[in-house]
Design a protein around this ligand. Structure first.
Ligand code: SF4
Length: 270
């Protein structure tokens, strides 16, 4: 599943609410520093010169979308007022995710600055959120951009190198969990940690980030990072690796339970 517009939706997101999606990667194929076995966008496609939208194109697409949503909302408000009802401000969030890793865009910082300004102008109640796989956190401009956002939703799918590599298939095969954790510390816990739990097999190797050893390492990483929120979720759509199975809600709740006992805010999407 690929998104074919720079600004799309709003759509209802099971994790974020009413969300206007922003796409900074190519519209024709996925571009990511991971190649997760569960990615809804499918496998990475090798492309030599990927075409990314320019900062100006992104700003123009967002402004056009926000203008059109504002016009629709004021029309609905008038109709509702005549009926003695009140209108709701519909947009919860402007979300950067889509066909790959949004922080790969070379103008990511400028785009986030533009987005915050347009949000303030057209829909000041909406949050600006970024879903990222954490691999670009070694870049100071990316950290600076993420600090400007309301929500940083940052991935850590496993806390052992072996399982992280089996699940996420990082393009940089030398990437380690220790490095990801070190980068994530830059936010002093002021972020949401996202983890997809799953089981299955890929390329003849088992995948399971719910074993006692994997969970112990992951809980330890959570305590090291102390994120203000955790989003743990299961596979929800068709996956490129078909040999994967979904974790039950009951089991997901039992993974969340020890963290909630310690006072963590844990959202389970299952
Ligand atoms: S990080 Fe996200 S976009 Fe990239 S491969 Fe994984 S699920 Fe897909």
């Amino acid at each position: 599943m690929l998104f074919n517009e720079i600004a799309y939706g709003p759509i209802h997101s099971r994790r974020l609410g009413t969300s206007l999606g922003m796409e900074l990667m190519p519209l024709e194929h996925k571009l990511c520093t991971f190649n997760c076995v569960y990615c809804e966008c499918g496998w990475n496609t090798p492309v030599h010169h990927p075409q990314l939208p320019t900062r100006e194109e992104v700003r123009a697409a967002l402004e056009e979308k926000l203008k059109s949503l504002t016009a629709q909302r004021s029309y609905s408000a008038t109709v509702l007022q005549r009926s003695g009802l009140s209108a709701e401000d519909g947009l919860d969030v402007i979300t950067f995710s889509g066909n790959g890793e949004p922080t790969l865009h070379p103008d990511f910082l400028g785009i986030i600055e533009d987005t915050c300004a347009l949000r303030d102008q057209y829909c000041p109640k909406a949050k600006v959120s970024v879903l990222s796989n954490s691999t670009q956190l070694g870049r100071p401009d990316v950290v600076q951009a993420l600090r400007l956002c309301d929500n940083r939703i940052l991935k850590l799918d496993a806390a052992t190198d072996e399982m992280m590599r089996r699940i996420d298939l990082p393009v940089n095969e030398r990437l380690t969990v220790a490095q990801l954790i070190e980068w994530l510390k830059a936010f002093d816990g002021n972020f949401t940690l996202q983890t997809c739990f799953l089981r299955g097999e890929h390329a003849g190797k088992p995948i399971d980030n719910t074993t006692p050893d994997e969970l112990e390492a992951w809980y330890k990483a959570v305590d090291t990072l102390h994120p203000k929120q955790l989003m743990i979720y299961v596979i929800d759509r068709k996956t490129p690796e078909e040999n994967l199975s979904k974790i039950s809600r009951e089991e997901m709740e039992s993974i969340a339970a020890p963290l909630r006992e310690k006072g963590y805010d844990v959202i389970v999407s299952a």
